[in-house]
Design a protein around this ligand. Sequence first.
Ligand code: NAP
Length: 309
Amino acid sequence: MNPPVKDPAHVFIVGCGDVGRRVGRLWREAGIPVTGLARSEATLDAMTSHGITPRAADLDAPQTLRDLPVKGALLYHFAPPPPRGQSDTRLANLLEALTAENRPRRIVLLSTSGVYGDHKGARVDETTPPSPGTDRGRRRLDAEQRLLRYGKAHGVETVILRVGGIYGPGRLPEARLRQRVPMVPPEQAPVTNRIHVDDLARIGVAAARRGRNGEIYNVCDGTAGNMTDYFDAVADFLGLPRPPRIDRAEAERTLSPGMVSYLRESRRLDNRKMREELGVELRYPDLASGLRACRVPAEGIIPPVDPDR
Ligand SMILES: NC(=O)c1ccc[n+]([C@@H]2O[C@H](COP(=O)([O-])OP(=O)(O)OC[C@H]3O[C@@H](n4cnc5c(N)ncnc54)[C@H](OP(=O)(O)O)[C@@H]3O)[C@@H](O)[C@H]2O)c1
């Protein structure tokens, strides 16, 4: 396990939604003040009820990003890239606003395992070269590279988390199951990787304390499964029928483009570096234990999130 760095005096969470509130709550419990940045009133209100100071700004509107209170802070970037293009202009706007007099000490970026692209079910670790197969993945890779360059150029520490599918209370694919959206049979389904949102929040704190400067960590529970088994397990947990089956060719024709792109990418994420260097002991090392923990009611304001976003 890496030795811990000193806790920050202040935490600033950019894109402070579901994951951000959970990370913020952990820092608040450690006695550290937390500020969260978002656009919508609902998200800003939800922060207040978690003891997080809200800051309204829009990463697509650079003039709203002036004078952010981030000097010497631990900054998390949890906002997604824009919906189109191959670059993360939102992160670019943020970094541009962090001027010489106003730089954070460390930035932790939440990226996705989508940057690896398809590996036909093979194992990937952090030494595997990224090879995104979609613009969504390319935008994430652009964010990673942009952040690493920024950190080196300005002496700001950086840590990148490549996260698999996030699930947890309020973020199960219930609507999809109720709509009876079909899925391919298990033997035609890709290997997918998951992490319970509360384990992810604890990993976010561990990355701040023990992540090595300039390093990338895969984040998942280490129990990969196929996508169909995931939907079946969630259906059983919710007492809903399992999705009807269609074959791969029909899936390509009839499912949403987003889901089709997920079906085309199969890989088994290696989380050894995360376990060994960040020293996190997972509370939910597999889907069965994580689903049991989804019985707690979801927070009121959190919208249901598509788990494969
Ligand atoms: N779902 C998955 O399985 C998965 C897997 C890997 C990574 N991720 C990524 O993990 C991150 C955190 O996820 P999450 O569940 O916490 O998402 P979330 O609840 O949607 O939170 C993200 C926050 O970013 C804010 N945001 C978006 N665009 C913004 C902009 N232009 N300016 C300012 N704020 C902006 C949103 O604020 P408003 O509400 O005010 O718009 C939102 O509250 C996201 O980047 C997500 O894409 C997700």
